[in-house]
Design a protein around this ligand. Sequence first.
Ligand code: HEM
Length: 165
Amino acid sequence: MTEDQKTLIRSSFARIAPDAQTVAALFYARLFSLDPTLKPLFKGDMDEQGRKLMAMIGIAVGNLDRLDAIVPAVQQLGARHAGYGVPNESYATVGAALAWTLEQGLGSDYTPEMAGAWSDCYATLAAVMQEGAAQAASMATGSTPAGVVSASPPQEAPEDFRTNA
Ligand code: HEM
């Protein structure tokens, strides 16, 4: 991602963060209208879920300059998502719901450059999560994809990714 893209993301996230609860509610309403079959995957309180999602996006936005540092935690997040029964294809649906929500929240500030910056950011996160999900699946079946050391025990995600993220 370019510096300009990072600046766009930081400034727009700062604008929507104070309304995180409303933004999250809009996001899930849009997600379930795009694909109602995803709704039963969510078993917990949706307000709480919305807080976790926004906190996790906040962590990613706060670490745009050093995304490498959060790769292991994001992989673990992806592995947990495989456990929630999240299909790979649904990452595209979530990306579409996120883009729509940002457009609602930012209005005319949601320029094509802004859309591109968020889309690149989301695609990066989603790819790392899917990688984590694939690694979890291959460990479960006992096959080892190239470059993955299957003998290492699964890492614990940092505490903040479990509770606040
Ligand atoms: C960049 C993409 C995503 C981020 C940042 C994200 C973030 C989170 C976070 C922080 C949690 C809290 C639980 C945990 O930490 O394990 C969570 C749970 C969950 N997410 Fe995601 N998620 C993403 C993509 C998706 C996608 C594509 C789906 C597909 C429907 C999804 C469905 C769920 C479900 C079903 C739960 C568990 C809800 C429950 O416990 O009832 N997420 N997500």
